[in-house]
Design a protein around this ligand. Structure first.
Ligand code: SAH
Length: 226
């Protein structure tokens, strides 16, 4: 399903993802239809491919965003509290906010302050009310520590790959909550892990192979450019 779903508009892109069987039900589809990817990257926004957004970051491919929303759909329900680690362009944070609705909250945390600023600008193009009403909160910080102030989270999405699952993130997962996180294995391959907390116990499952930029320090990601 990778790459096959490109369109010439946001509606066409999302419709092609649906035709290719990416969505199992209406909610992730509705969210992606309601958020114009063109607000979050100027470069070929309706191609089913990742795009560079500066600072060694990318906006993930639409089929990966769709997959993340699908895995999290039962946890991104009305009124839920969610965390998007490595929020980058802000696109997925807004899609998640669509799903939790006006009584829910999504915290986006990103360590490149330039991207926090850019994503806030992107969101304000068509969804400024989400920021005004506190449904979306964009934080400048190290997402490996999560964001304890607003924990626990019913859903956590991590948009960059770590060597292991940061303990702060499993700690901040609510009981009954789910985290989707790309993890780099010893052989260098990355897997998308589904982590559920059930009665306080952690259940891990590998759901697919993926390729993400690393979850790292701000200096490792960008300092050599200054
Ligand atoms: N999900 C976003 C961005 C994906 S790229 C989108 O689709 O637009 C991964 C992002 O994670 C980058 O923006 C990068 O700057 C950020 N990142 C990497 N390590 C991080 C860390 N330790 N804390 C916070 N953000 C981090």
């Amino acid at each position: 399903m990778a790459w096959r779903s490109s369109g010439s508009s946001n509606a066409e892109l999302v419709e092609n993802l649906r035709k290719n069987g990416v969505f199992s039900n209406q909610r992730a589809y509705d969210a992606m239809k309601a958020v114009d990817r063109g607000d979050f990257t100027s470069r070929d926004p309706y191609e089913d491919a990742p795009q560079r957004i500066g600072y060694n970051a990318t906006i993930s491919a639409p089929h990966m965003h769709a997959a993340a929303l699908e895995y999290l759909q039962n946890h991104l329900v009305a009124g839920a509290n969610a965390l998007d680690v490595g929020s980058g362009s802000g696109y997925l944070t807004v899609c998640m906010a669509m799903m939790v609705g006006q009584t829910g909250t999504v915290v986006g945390i990103e360590h490149m302050s330039e991207l926090v600023e850019l994503s806030t600008k992107n969101i304000k193009k068509h969804h400024s009310e989400m920021i005004e009403n506190g449904n979306v909160v964009m934080i400048d910080g190290d997402g490996r520590q999560g964001y304890a102030e607003k924990a626990p989270y019913n859903a956590i999405h991590v948009g960059a790959a770590a060597a292991g699952v940061p303990k702060a993130l499993t700690d901040q997962l609510a009981d009954g909550g789910r985290m989707m996180i790309p993890v780099e294995q010893e052989d260098g391959n990355q897997v998308f892990m589904q982590i559920d907390k059930i009665n306080g116990k952690i259940h891990e499952k590998i759901v697919e192979h993926v390729i993400y930029v690393p979850l790292t320090s701000r200096d490792k990601q960008w300092s050599h450019h200054h």
